[in-house]
Design a protein around this ligand. Structure first.
Ligand code: ISE
Length: 339
């Protein structure tokens, strides 16, 4: 079987990573087309990959006869139109989060895919492919902690770009923890409250950072998340589940622990998401490529997972303003056959 011909749309940070991983580490696929709103950037990348072309219009790239499947790493606001184009052309697509930037359009995408009667959309919640999260999930599913009751998460980034605002902390960062909670507990989130403690004076002016998110699942379990996206320290993503028979924690950064003079000990804090989740991204893309090649198209989070996360984050942004708990408004999954 010949290699899957992939179009990568958006070759900024994560898109450029995907181009590199597909070209150097993923088997069964090659990057056939790249696209970016900065045309020269796409052309430069295409020039370095044998058989790869830059196509200036993202919709032309999706429709191109030499493209079998699409990786969407464009900014969130572009996703709706591009996802619908993928559905129209019957092209499997791996869409970086968010699915779309609001609940209505996310739900519309879920409905349109369901109408087709086959899955074409996978959403890039890469933590579901990380060894530590998988070990934690296996422990929970095997009943190792008895009934899981509480989830504590810390999501700390060293810094964020200048355009990062308080709502992006919810939509861009918390969204991962929302998916982790849904994944680990296998149920939907029913309500969310965002608390804004005194902000870090060394952070960007006007940014509500840190934030504390408190969520309640449909069955009443508790989830809390410390979001702190401008710590100046490193990339710290920790997750602890407390169950009826004990607790388990991942993300401890326990690599090499060194002791040295004068009386100090310690190791290295992971500097960024690439170091922490690079392998998970590789696994995610390899599994997606394999799924597209065997015709199942999706092996991971679906459009529904993207929609459910969008619904929680929309309620989170509402709570960010009011400070009050907000119920998550999510349609019954059974009302969309095939979703
Ligand atoms: C970013 O978009 C990511 O996806 C990172 O994984 C996350 O840690 C960061 O907070 C987000 O801004």
């Amino acid at each position: 079987m010949s290699d899957l011909r992939v179009a990568v749309l958006g070759v900024g940070l994560i898109g450029a990573d995907h181009v590199e991983r597909i070209t150097t580490r993923i088997s069964g696929a090659r990057v056939a087309v790249v696209n970016d709103y900065i045309t020269e950037k796409a052309e430069k990348i295409a020039a370095g990959i044998p058989g790869c072309r830059a196509i200036a219009d993202p919709l032309d790239a999706i429709a191109d006869a030499d493209v079998d499947a699409v990786v969407l790493a464009t900014p969130g606001p572009a996703h709706e139109k591009q996802l619908l184009a993928c559905l129209e052309h019957g092209k499997p697509v791996m869409c970086e989060k968010p699915l779309t930037t609001d609940v209505e359009t996310s739900l519309d995408v879920v409905r349109r895919e369901a109408e087709l009667g086959r899955r074409l959309i996978q959403v890039g919640f890469m933590r579901r492919f990380d060894d530590e999260y998988l070990a934690l999930k296996a422990l929970l599913d095997d009943g190792g902690l008895g009934r899981p009751l509480v989830l504590h998460c810390a999501h700390r980034n060293p810094a964020v770009p200048h355009n990062f605002d308080s709502a992006m902390v919810v939509r861009d960062s918390l969204v991962h923890e929302v998916d982790v909670a849904r994944f680990l507990f296998s149920e939907e989130i029913a309500s969310i409250q965002i608390i804004k403690p005194a902000p870090n004076p060394s952070g960007p002016q006007g940014l509500a950072d840190p934030q504390i998110a408190i969520m309640r699942t449909a069955s009443g379990r508790h989830v809390d998340v410390e979001l702190f996206v401008h710590t100046g320290v490193g990339y710290e993503v920790r997750t602890e589940v407390v169950g009826e028979k004990g607790s388990a924690m991942i993300g401890l950064d326990v690599g090499l622990v060194r002791k040295s003079a004068p009386g100090a000990w310690g190791g290295r804090i992971t500097p960024g998401f690439r170091e922490r989740f690079g392998r998970a991204f590789d696994t995610e893309i390899q599994r997606w490529v394999d799924a597209v090649r065997d015709g199942s198209n999706v092996n991971g989070p679906t459009a529904w997972d993207g929609y459910a996360a969008a619904a929680v984050c929309a309620a989170g942004v509402e709570s960010l303003d009011s400070g009050q708990p907000v119920d998550v408004n999510i349609v019954a999954r059974e009302s969309i056959p095939g979703a």
